[in-house]
Ligand binder design. Structure first.
Ligand SMILES: Nc1ncnc2c1ncn2[C@@H]1O[C@H](COP(=O)(O)OP(=O)(O)O)[C@@H](O)[C@H]1O
Ligand SMILES: [Mg+2]
Length: 238
């Protein structure tokens, strides 16, 4: 079953054409990657799909809902960890979870989530005192607190040390095992290769390649996804 259908998406910020023409589909239960250089339009695509930003053109359906007309229903069924997400410095882990749970009609049990994601020992810690890895763990838990069917994760592991990245990969796999569809924006091809069932590479607001990691490697006539990505985004790929 297709859970996300994007066709001909367009979005500009005044003179900046952030998304020129993006089409892609995401199937239920996938980890779907979105890769591409800085400024390619990845975050804009995710914000439009998750109902946080209106589009200029194209069609968009998430769980059969149009974020433009069914925004409220959609926000109840998707979760998002956004790039450069922040919380007030002093908010405690448990307060943040309880507050986010209050945004949803049928939230998950935030105490259970806190336990499952290993946050209980940190429950009285203020946001600012958490290390990068613990902040990411909290953001994942917050993205799941509405018991969503689809989760958008935007550069979740950027800035994490290698050990914390690996831990986060395990957490992302655990999400999929619960049946959540995951859209993962990432810069890292090792991450895409390890986690993603399929991915789209976006450059200058357009999808320049899409497929399984194996398909992209073949398409880039490369030995690895990293090489394929490099060839594609330099414009000398297939
Ligand atoms: N709120 C905004 N106002 C103006 N320009 C923006 C805004 N958000 C993004 N842009 C611009 O749109 C383009 C795409 O940005 P973005 O979607 O954040 O790309 P990515 O996530 O791939 O780095 C970039 O040129 C960026 O500078
Ligand atoms: Mg971005």
């Amino acid at each position: 079953m297709t859970v996300i259908e994007i066709e001909g998406l367009r979005k500009s910020y005044r003179a900046v054409r952030a998304v020129e023409d993006v089409s892609l589909t995401v199937e239920r239960g996938e980890i779907f990657g979105i890769a591409g250089p800085n400024g390619a339009g990845k975050t804009t695509v995710v914000e439009c799909a998750s109902g946080l930003r209106d589009r200029d053109g194209g069609t968009l359906r998430v769980l059969g809902l149009d974020p433009r007309t069914d925004r409220r229903a959609l926000l109840q069924r998707v979760g998002a960890q956004l790039q450069e997400a922040a919380l007030p410095d002093a908010i405690k882990v448990d307060e943040a979870l309880r507050m986010y749970a209050s945004f949803y009609d049928e939230p998950a049990d935030w105490r259970t989530l806190m336990d499952e994601w290993g946050l209980t020992a940190k429950r009285r810690h203020g946001f600012a005192s958490l290390s990068g890895g613990w902040k990411q763990r909290l953001f994942i838990a917050l993205a799941l607190v509405g018991d969503p069917e689809v989760v958008f994760l935007d550069e979740l592991t950027t800035g994490l040390d290698p050990a914390a990245r690996r831990t986060t990969w395990g957490l992302i796999r655990a999400m999929r095992e619960r049946g959540v569809t995951v859209v993962l924006v990432t810069h890292f091809m090792d991450e895409a290769e390890a986690l993603c069932d399929r991915l789209a590479v976006i450059d200058r607001g357009r999808v320049i390649a899409a497929g399984t990691p194996c398909e992209l490697i073949a398409q880039g006539r490369s030995g690895s996804l990293d090489e394929a990505y490099f060839a594609l985004t330099r414009g000398d790929g297939a």
